[in-house]
Every structure is written in C-alpha cells, then in structure tokens.
Write a protein of this length. Structure first.
Length: 86
C-alpha cells in the first residue's frame, strides 16, 4: 500500500480519492468524446440516407447539428468540430 501512496504522491496526488476523482474525470471526457463521435457518424448516415427528407429526419438532423437545413457544408463543419479541427 505504501508503494501506491508513494506513486500517487510522485504524480502530485495527495490521496487516493483525488486520484480516483481525476481518473473518473478523464474517463468521463472519453465517454463524452465517444458520444460526440457516434452522433457525428449518425449525421453522416442520416445525410446520405435514401428516401424523402421527412419531419423525423429533420428533427434528428437538428438535434445532432443544431442546423435546420441539411447541407454538405453543415455536415463537414459539424464533423470538423467533433474532430477538433473547427
């Protein structure tokens, strides 16, 4: 146990609860990034889906991108934002 405490202190973490909190925050960031990436993929699939552009598709597009119209410019802008290139 003292070895673990020494490693934590070397990392600037004074106790185990601080280390766990920081680890949880990092995990939460990863989950948020994953969810954003999945929604971006949903936007690509939706944009290229066949059939009429109905109210359901419009609502889903708006919930993903925040835009009322579906254009390749909006899709690309959204993807770049999710990837951190905006």
């Amino acid at each position: 146990m003292t070895e673990i405490v020494a490693k934590l202190q070397a990392l600037g973490l004074n106790d185990l609860s601080t280390a766990i909190t920081k680890e949880r925050l990092e995990m939460m960031k990863v989950v948020v990034q994953r969810n954003e990436a999945m929604m971006a993929l949903d936007a690509v699939i939706l944009f290229h889906s066949g059939g009429p552009w109905n109210n359901s598709k419009i609502a889903k597009w708006k919930s993903i991108t925040g835009a009322g119209e579906a254009t390749s410019k909006i899709l690309c802008k959204h993807i770049r934002k999710v990837l951190g290139d905006a």
